[in-house]
Design a protein around this ligand. Structure first.
Ligand code: HEC
Length: 206
């Protein structure tokens, strides 16, 4: 132990004594100037936000727009098509000679003014001779979908095949209400397939 040090520590002079000391005014002034400079610097640089956030919204060029001319949700219809129709009509819509399925792409039945015949084809199926895009078909049978697809599904898939930009189709969309109406009108038909001759008697649109 160092005797010198313990002695100093014990002397009353070493005790801290409370004294009155004023804070210098220039310190407040300096602090104020510092805060102002900081705030101006911060504001001028957009705070911690990227300055681009404040740029006005610019519509992206057409190429980046969803290819959805009618503003319809073609995606839902495409899913139904891939699941229920593509097996025979092919994902390309070009049809399949193997099952005698005519093309959907470029078919006058598909882009008809109204969906009255199309809805019936999907609800009850189709068989017998039919001309599609100038070619004769008739050796195949299309199965009914009335117990498999809802009004929403049928409306979606028909909207998709009528408006698919890849096939350059620009017909009108089909609503679930239109499907429900035809379903009700034909409810006593059961699962009897339509023939093209029968469908041609029905007006294409209301
Ligand atoms: C089992 C195979 C098969 C499936 C699945 C099928 N089709 Fe067909 N589809 C056919 C055949 C075969 C014909 C032609 C019938 C005939 O010769 O009378 C046809 C005809 C059509 C026609 C009229 C002719 C034309 O090509 O424009 C439309 C429209 C059509 N199908 C739409 C659909 C849609 C929509 C779906 C899915 C919901 C579907 N098909 C599912 C086999 C199928």
């Amino acid at each position: 132990m160092n005797p010198e040090k313990s002695k100093t520590a014990n002397t009353p002079e070493a005790e801290p004594a409370p004294t009155l000391n004023t804070v210098p005014m220039w310190l407040f002034g300096a602090l104020f100037v510092l805060l102002c400079t900081g705030a101006i610097y911060f504001d001028a640089r957009g705070g911690w936000f990227d300055a681009r956030v404040y740029q006005p919204y610019v519509r992206p060029p057409e190429d980046f727009q969803p290819r959805d001319p009618g503003g319809e949700n073609l995606g839902a219809g495409k899913r139904v098509y891939d699941m229920a129709c593509a097996v025979c009509h092919m994902p390309s819509g070009l049809g399949n000679p193997g099952v005698h399925a005519p093309p959907i792409a470029g078919s006058e039945w598909v882009v008809a003014p109204g969906p009255n015949r199309l809805i019936r084809i999907v609800l009850h199926g189709l068989q017998g001779p039919i001309e599609v895009a100038g070619k004769q078909y008739g050796a195949g049978v299309m199965t009914p979908f009335k117990d498999v697809l809802s009004d929403q599904d049928i409306a979606a898939v028909l909207t998709f095949i009528r408006m698919n930009p890849e096939w350059k189709h620009k017909a009108t969309p089909v609503t679930p209400a239109q499907v429900a109406k035809v379903r009700e009108l034909t409810k006593d038909r059961g699962s009897v397939n339509w023939t093209a001759a029968e469908l041609l008697q029905i007006p294409e649109s209301d």
